[in-house]
Design a protein around this ligand. Structure first.
Ligand SMILES: Nc1nc2c(c(=O)[nH]1)N[C@H]1C(S)=C(S)[C@@H](COP(=O)(O)O)O[C@H]1N2
Ligand SMILES: [Mo]
Length: 430
């Protein structure tokens, strides 16, 4: 992709406000200059204070990894790179702009397909292994459009703040994933009676959190979880091979579930006779055992909270345009637009407020790409008078769940789905 497109580089909310306030020096940094350097040279503050970080994206320089366009680097190693807001203008996220997150620091720098195999092992009738050529030729290919979202997406909103990557909203993306049904692979191996979970492991390595025993990233799903019927082992996203950092040659796709299960460089599928108690299942990626995954710091202190492994994604809607750089004259018709998602039933309704959530009107839903994909929405709005407006958006899904203004809180900073807001400055048309 050409760097100097109309995809705007990331401006932090603060630098954008400075820009609106007429800070000429900030404005003088042209988009092309930013793109050429692959870094933001604006004085984006490094956030260290106690309050929530409220810009749409997290804060960090724009850095391009191999096969990727510049993304917002939150952490170098293990890599946390966030997708800039402008890439969410369409329902499918460009592969090269897809976010990157790995839990361990050592990721394969190359894959030799002459020796790489996907193994199905453990409590099976026959241990089997497949080359990529076999996955491509011996199984019926299937495609599913699905959003992958990091469990900690939007963690920077948490109040009190939680440790971990301080994501804005860009730790998500939607792709058309093509590959082989997990069920077809399990059939080839023959799952033995007495198996309770299926475990997934990739090729990355690293120490993990000190003392955690988490040096191998392993994730498991219950064998009786209906999500297994829609899981695929994907060798393509958006009609292209997966970039190495996004899991080449194959990754697990778990439509509707958080990304923690979407194993990259998937190389081991293992049938277990006991529940998986490894660090990444028993200690990490736990949510309070309620639908919203919310609790209070006091309840955690009092040890009254029951936790369970995270699973499906609650309903969310995002305002993509206008962003904070838009300053519009009164009377000019504009389109408010964005995306919505839910892992718990199709998005059925999106509503927009132009008065900070006091009154709501239905937005128009865009093309339906499937239950697990982003659902685009748009809303025609003509601000009548000059002033500052606070737009809000909320979505409803087929389960009847609707977003609210109530903040989510849990110790790991997961499952944020509070209604989104965007302030728009409307000037006089003269
Ligand atoms: N092999 C492997 N797969 C993994 C992870 C990992 O650390 N190693 N992290 C998971 C998490 S937490 C996320 S958010 C997604 C990120 O996928 P991406 O880098 O393609 O965006 O991968 C998931 N799959
Ligand atoms: Mo994640």
């Amino acid at each position: 992709m050409n760097d100097d497109t109309d995809q705007h580089p990331v401006l932090s909310r603060r630098s954008a406000l400075a820009l609106l306030g007429g800070a000429g020096a900030t404005l003088a940094l042209s988009r092309s200059a930013l793109a050429q350097n692959n870094v933001t040279t604006t004085a984006a503050p490094i956030f260290s204070g106690p309050g929530p970080l409220t810009g749409w994206n997290g804060l960090g320089p724009l850095i391009a990894l191999p096969q990727k366009v510049p993304l917002i680097r939150l952490v170098d190693r293990p890599p946390l790179y966030e997708t800039p807001r402008a890439y969410f203008a369409s329902a499918f996220t460009p592969t090269a702009a897809f976010f990157i997150r790995s839990n361990l620091a050592i990721f394969p720098a190359s894959i030799d397909l002459s020796t790489w195999r996907l193994k199905v092992e453990g409590h099976v009738n026959n241990t089997v292994q497949f080359s990529l050529a076999q996955l491509l030729s011996e199984f019926e290919p299937v495609t599913v459009n699905a959003v992958m979202q990091c469990t900690g997406n939007s963690r920077s909103r948490f109040q009190p703040r939680r440790p971990g990557g301080q994501w804005g909203n860009g730790a998500m993306g939607c792709a058309a994933w093509t590959g082989v049904r997990l069920r077809d692979l399990l059939k080839k191996a023959g799952v033995k009676a007495g198996s309770v979970q299926v475990q997934f492991q990739g090729l990355d390595k690293g120490a993990g959190a000190p003392g955690s025993g988490g040096a191998e990233y392993k994730k498991s799903l219950n064998l009786d979880d209906p999500v297994l019927d829609r899981c695929i082992v994907a060798y393509a996203m958006n009609g292209q091979p997966l970039p190495l950092v996004n899991g080449f040659p194959v990754r697990l796709v778990v439509p509707g579930y958080f990304a923690t299960y979407w194993m990259k460089t998937l190389s081991f599928i293992r049938l277990l006779t006991e529940k998986d108690t490894n660090f990444w299942m028993a200690t990490a990626y736990l949510q309070p055992d309620n639908l919203k995954g919310t609790t209070t710091p006091q309840a955690v202190k009092d040890k009254t909270v029951k936790f369970k492994p995270v699973g499906s994604m609650p309903v969310r809607a995002f305002i993509v345009t206008p962003d904070e750089t838009v300053k519009t004259p009164a009377g000019l018709p504009m389109t408010v637009s964005g995306l919505a998602l839910s892992g718990r039933g199709a998005v059925t309704k999106v509503e927009v407020s132009t008065d900070d959530g006091k009154t709501w009107k239905a937005a128009k839903l865009g093309e339906d790409h499937g239950e697990y994909a982003f659902r685009p929405w748009s809303f025609a709005w003509t601000p009548k008078t000059a002033g500052s407006y606070t737009l809000a958006v909320r979505a409803t899904d087929a389960s009847g769940a609707v977003q609210t203004d109530e903040a989510i809180w849990n110790p790991s900073g997961y499952l944020w789905n509070t209604t989104e807001r965007q302030t728009v400055v409307v000037g006089s048309a003269g």
